[in-house]
Design a binder for this molecule. Structure first.
Ligand SMILES: C[S@@+](CC[C@H](N)C(=O)[O-])C[C@H]1O[C@@H](n2cnc3c(N)ncnc32)[C@H](O)[C@@H]1O
Length: 460
């Protein structure tokens, strides 16, 4: 039998010698079935691994959000902008995923993407944020800022008659300065002073020390978690950050407005604008870039692009723009109506500009600042303004400077047009990036140059 069945001989070493022909046939059948199954299984796996370029291999693609802009190189990579929603079809490679963006397919770097359900430790960075307001350092800076604090005092004073009997909320009262202005300069029925940071411990004492405990009630809580005795007639807050929105405390203000402001109630500030101007910044450019030209008789110029990248890729906070460095009349690029703006509107804000250069000079970049406006409670009463621009008394915000990658010579009459886009960070909710797009047209030219663009993270 063994001789007649050489096949069996081949398996001799694997199977006991007592294996009969029937069992052997059964074994051969099973082996053939198993190898057929394995080859089908392997081809399916291989197909999935290679990915069907139409995106159909994975029936359930997952949606991710772009954390940063990405410019793909070559036809295989997809470009996208921060905040874009991206469908991922294949994550089998750790660094590059097969993706779909608005009907286009290609590879995207996985490190730029965030899954909406993924736990971010604290996208609001509340511990750090409220920690910084818990000591006196920032309050010293804010209270030393006279134009800022005096504007709020004037708002309360000039509305003192109309505030009689009204219920006011001071959201983010800090040391309670605005609440104390209300308690001392007007006769509101109640002031709800809300503060989440540890500075509230001192606020409580300040309210008593200034004899306002009868009217000012302190709520040591995050404003979003409040439980108040009643809705309010006026919601006042000092929420503004660099470039108006940085820190995004404004979101808390809008959430509280929707929950606690009476129908027809008043928001202070009532509106806010972001202004922009093309500017010269000789000192910044010469100290940070030109500096590297020649040092002690040595050629250091190869470090200039490195310096450019290191010092000018992010905006400069606390820039003191001299009025004479403005190359044009400033322009309001974004306006928020605080009675109607929605939290979702803050995800992406875009403003257009068109400047006419007013003198010969060098365009180094753009400078931005904000103004806030406080409507009167009395019909036809004056609207008060806090302007943090270079033509007003300096405030602690000063201005924000956005340096371009290369200086552009400009002449009187030239046109600089473009847009500014504020893109809120989808994960780090107190941060945003600002993209400035611009193009220039010389006085004697008919057409604009091609559009250039630079994105400035602030700070993430
Ligand atoms: C810019 S400071 C203004 C302080 C004070 N109103 C003033 O004018 O001096 C903002 C304050 O709001 C508080 N704050 C921010 N977001 C808050 C929130 N969601 N709930 C409660 N307090 C908040 C901060 O802790 C900080 O003290």
């Amino acid at each position: 039998e063994e001789r007649a069945c050489p096949v069996q001989l081949r398996f001799r070493f694997r199977f006991p010698l007592c294996l009969g022909r029937e069992r052997f046939n059964l074994f051969v059948c099973l082996s053939v079935c198993l190898s057929a199954f394995l080859s089908v299984y392997l081809s399916v796996c291989l197909l999935e691994m290679n990915g069907d370029e139409s995106g159909e291999s994975n029936p359930e693609p997952e949606e991710f959000i772009a954390l940063e802009d990405f410019t793909g190189s070559g036809a295989e990579q997809l470009s996208f902008a921060v905040g874009d929603r991206i469908l991922i079809h294949d994550q089998s490679c750790a660094d590059w995923w097969w993706a779909e963006v608005e009907g286009r397919y290609g590879y995207v770097p996985s490190g730029y993407l965030h899954h909406p359900d993924a736990e971010v430790e604290d996208g609001w960075q509340d511990e750090e944020y409220f920690g910084s307001y818990g000591t006196l350092k920032l309050h010293l800076e804010m209270l030393s800022d006279r134009p800022r604090t005096e504007t709020y005092r004037q708002v309360i004073l000039s509305n003192s008659t109309a505030l009689r009997g009204k219920v006011v909320m001071d959201l983010g009262c800090g040391t309670g300065i605005i609440s104390l202005f209300c308690g001392r300069l007007a006769e509101p029925a109640a002031v709800y002073a809300v503060e989440a940071s540890a500075v509230a411990e001192h606020t409580e004492r300040l309210v008593k020390l200034n004899g306002c405990e009868g009217v000012v009630t302190l709520f040591k809580s995050r404003a979003e978690e409040l439980n108040l005795p009643s809705k309010v007639d006026v919601l006042v807050s000092e929420w503004m950050g660099n470039c108006l929105l940085f820190e995004f405390m404004v979101e808390s203000v809008l959430c509280v407005r929707d929950r606690w402001l009476k129908e027809g109630g008043m928001m202070w500030p009532s509106s806010a604008t972001l202004s922009l101007v093309p500017c010269q910044a000789d000192d910044d450019y010469s100290q940070k870039v030109e500096f590297w030209e020649n040092l002690y008789g040595l050629d250091y110029s190869c470090l200039q692009p490195v310096a450019q990248e290191e010092f000018f890729s992010k905006p400069k906070f606390s820039h003191q723009l001299k009025p004479e460095d403005c190359l044009s009349t400033p322009c309001d690029v974004i306006t928020l109506d605080m009675h109607t703006v929605k939290v979702s509107d803050l995800e992406k804000l875009r403003g257009e500009f068109q400047f006419t250069v007013e003198r010969r000079g060098t365009l180094h970049g753009f400078s931005a600042w904000f103004s806030t406006f406080f409507q009167s409670l009395d019909e036809g009463g004056p609207t008060l303004e806090l302007n943090t621009g270079p033509h007003s008394e300096p405030t602690h915000w000063k201005q924000t400077l956005f340096m371009l990658d290369a200086p552009i010579p400009v002449e009187e009459g030239d046109c600089v047009g473009g847009a500014i886009i504020l893109h809120r960070n989808p994960v780090w909710r107190r941060h945003m990036s600002i993209t400035i797009e611009w193009r220039k047209k010389s006085r004697n030219e008919a057409a604009f140059s091609e559009v250039k663009s630079k994105r400035f993270p602030m700070w993430r």
